[in-house]
Design a binder for this molecule. Structure first.
Ligand SMILES: [Zn+2]
Length: 344
């Protein structure tokens, strides 16, 4: 179960696709697909790691997140030429995880890389390439590639074979691209709110409280009523929970719902409009924390608790839930977080 959930998480990360696509004009690059969700605003999917948001302003471009590798960021910049010739001058890292920040190294000093101050501290001090989520998510790639090779050999149906072949080449490219990774911290930080005016565009960077990590940014376009949520909120996907602050996450999502928006662009998964989707994730978080807390009280280990928690009643909101169990790193983090709270 552990490996199964993990490989789904990685496959979705590699393949991130959006289905609201039918509603928006699409420009397909070599790697990235750009959906035009508003004037000058594009949702870019299909590369290694995060989905990205491209905000084209009067003179220049802002990117929200930049993928898992320098190669992913370069592919994004190359494909971007299909929708604008303006230069990228600003990158926002929604949080410190490698799949949102490891494209940072391709940008020169003329580019402001902006994030919450927690992100700079994390990239400088957390030894990010020797801890989760980088360690396991990239460490399983060789065995995932071997498994995909076997599946490709055995697959008889053409459409499934095409999908598996694409997964295999994406995984191969990711493994090669990771060799080049040098974590680079943001060069501009803020601590609660930063409002950027780019010509006629207003862009708000908002820290609404701890949640998915200790320092996640929402990128909010108030005029367009669009919010970019990073991994705080991924729609019908359960976000990675290995660095979470669970009770605060639920409160932060409540703060998020108070904002006026009608389109949510997550760091993974698919765009959505309905705030009930956020409420469903709050319910999932509350449930997994309650179940893990009860198991911990009974003396069950975190790894066993990860097998025993049963979130299947949330499967209607999160299709990746196919049976009992949850991603082990998230449950280990719940245990660690409960211990941290007891010390206070
Ligand atoms: Zn993340």
């Amino acid at each position: 179960m552990k490996c199964f959930l993990l490989s789904i998480w990685i496959a979705l990360t590699v393949l991130a696709q959006s289905t609201l696509g039918q509603n928006f004009p699409v420009t397909q690059g070599k790697v990235y697909k750009f959906e035009k969700v508003a004037d000058g605003v594009y949702y870019a999917t299909g590369g290694a790691g995060s989905n990205n948001v491209v905000i084209v302003n009067d003179l220049d471009v802002m990117l929200v997140d930049d993928g898992s590798t320098p190669a992913a960021a370069r592919a994004l910049l190359a494909d971007l030429r299909l929708v604008t010739t303006k230069p990228v001058r600003t990158v926002v890292n929604t949080h410190f995880h490698y799949d949102h920040t490891d494209g940072n190294s391709v940008f020169g000093p003329e580019v402001e890389i902006i994030a919450h101050q927690y992100v700079r501290n994390a990239i400088l001090n957390f030894d990010v390439m020797h801890r989760e989520p980088y360690l396991t998510s990239t460490g399983v790639l060789p065995s995932q590639i071997e498994a995909l090779k076997k599946q490709v050999e055995q697959e008889r149906f053409a459409d499934k074979l095409a999908l598996l072949t694409k997964q295999l080449s994406d995984a191969d490219a990711l493994r090669a691209g990771l060799k080049e990774v040098k974590p680079v911290p943001p060069n501009v930080t803020y601590d609660s709110k930063l409002v950027i005016f780019k010509g006629s565009r207003e862009i708000q960077l908002l820290f609404l409280g701890r949640g998915h990590t200790g320092g996640d940014t929402f990128v909010y376009l108030p005029k367009e009523k669009i919010i970019c949520t990073g991994d705080e909120e991924e729609g019908s996907r359960v976000a990675y929970m290995g660095d979470a602050f669970f009770d605060e996450w639920i409160v932060t999502l409540e703060e998020l719902k108070k904002l006026d928006f009608n389109l949510v662009l997550g760091g993974h998964g698919m765009p959505f409009r309905d705030k009930a989707v956020i409420t469903a994730f709050q319910a999932y978080l509350k449930d997994i924390v309650e179940q893990a807390t009860a198991l911990r009280k009974q003396g069950v280990s975190a790894d066993d608790a990860a097998k025993r928690v049963d979130l299947t009643k949330h499967a209607k909101d999160f299709p990746q839930i196919t049976g009992p169990g949850a991603e082990v790193r998230g449950v280990r983090r719940i245990y660690e977080w409960l211990a941290e709270k007891e010390k206070k």
